[in-house]
Write a protein that binds this ligand. Structure first.
Ligand SMILES: [Zn+2]
Ligand SMILES: [Zn+2]
Length: 377
């Protein structure tokens, strides 16, 4: 396939300025970035084509050769990028760490790159009651703050950072080995283009120090395990005028000794006696708002479920409240009094003649099972 003209690829005229070339490349790189075009092979091809064109046209020497001799003049001088990772390894600095950054907004006042601060993660453990009702908590964590001595510059007061002599302030260097030439981040200034020659003694040239921070954070009612609360701008400070990162509170909810949570419903397992199950009863059920009464009918089975509407947990988004789901379990007493024993034995005598329908059904099923099995033999 014939190679397209590099100026045509970037959509710029032959006399385009370096700035226009960079601007055109950034626009194409954002448009055809593989992250925004998953699985699109055409986009991936355009993305590589644009990177190759930019690599040649952004270098005055290669550009001059290309202008005179066309593709033949720069044969073997482009990096032949095979993946998006290669492209970012070569031009990563150009994007200021983020391809969606603003090309002309990424230079700070002192010529260093503006960078957004990192996000901070804090793990917060809540009780079920706190999660259900909502709570305000003091969150403690450690965060970098600008050094007051050097105002975050990293240079001893009165001194200035110097232009990096290794890369002449560009932040990138071109390494050539035979016909290959690769652009990498300058190892001396790590891409900043400036070097601190006389570091601030309080922060050892870092420009910031760690400080313990306490913040009061509101956790809304209904918040659940695995959710996150984001506090915009409360993360690490940005570098050279960049925006601050965010603070993320990752929520976990402690196990409760009575309730289990299922979405917005609360589940409670409640023991009842045999007589309550047989005769029916009004029983007391625990809820987050204190005890509630529940009528269970005569003939309640073990494992049967009753719902108390609106006594669950409020959904933080939809505003609806779930149910309290009560599962009753018939408890067999381990110890009984002589009087209870006498009555139960009396009951047992009666049951010999009186077979309950459910039980009768069960006995019939067993009989059928054995009959069928023996028929097959
Ligand atoms: Zn300092
Ligand atoms: Zn440098």
């Amino acid at each position: 396939m014939a190679k397209r003209d590099y100026y045509e690829v970037l959509g710029v005229p032959k006399d385009a300025s370096e700035r226009d070339i960079a601007k055109a490349y950034r626009r194409l790189a954002v448009k055809y970035h593989p992250d925004s075009n998953p699985g699109d092979e055409n986009a991936s091809r355009y993305f590589k084509e644009a990177a190759e064109a930019y690599e040649i046209l952004s270098d005055p020497e290669k550009r001059a050769r290309y202008d005179r001799f066309g593709h033949a003049g720069v044969e073997g001088h482009s990096s032949q990028f095979s993946s998006a990772e290669d492209i970012f390894a070569a031009f990563g600095d150009f994007f200021g760490g983020s391809i969606f950054g603003d090309l002309f907004g990424d230079q700070g006042a002192n010529g260093r790159k503006r960078r957004r601060g990192n996000d901070i993660r804090v793990d917060v453990s809540l009780t079920l009651e706190e999660a259900a009702r909502g709570v305000t908590k003091e969150i403690k964590f450690s965060r970098s703050v600008h050094c007051e001595t050097c105002h975050g510059s990293g240079s001893r007061p009165g001194s200035q950072p110097q232009r990096c002599s290794q890369c002449n302030g560009r932040g990138r260097i071109v390494q050539s080995a035979g016909i290959l030439s690769v652009q990498t981040t300058c190892p001396v200034c790590r891409g900043a283009g400036m070097r601190i020659t006389d570091p601030c003694t309080d922060c050892r040239g870092q420009g910031f120090r760690k400080k313990d921070v306490t913040l009061s954070v509101d956790f809304p009612a209904g918040i659940d395990e695995g959710m996150r609360v984001r506090l915009s701008g409360e993360g690490e400070p940005g570098l050279d005028g960049g925006p601050n990162g965010d603070l993320y509170c990752f929520i976990s909810v402690k196990r409760h000794r009575i309730f289990t949570r299922d979405g917005n419903h609360l589940i409670v397992e409640l023991p009842i006696t045999y007589t309550q199950a047989v005769l029916g009863a009004c029983i007391e059920v625990p809820s987050l708002d204190g005890p509630k009464s529940l009528d269970i009918p005569r003939g309640t089975q073990s494992g049967e479920v009753f719902r108390l509407h609106g006594l669950g947990i409020r959904d933080p988004q939809a505003g609806r409240t779930g149910d309290l789901v009560v599962q009753v379990v018939i408890e067999t007493p381990k110890k009984i009094s002589p009087e209870q024993e006498r009555l139960l034995r009396e009951l047992a005598e009666l049951e010999k003649t009186e077979v309950h329908p459910e039980r009768k059904n069960f006995l019939e099923r067993i009989r059928d099972y054995f009959t069928v099995s023996s028929d097959n033999e």
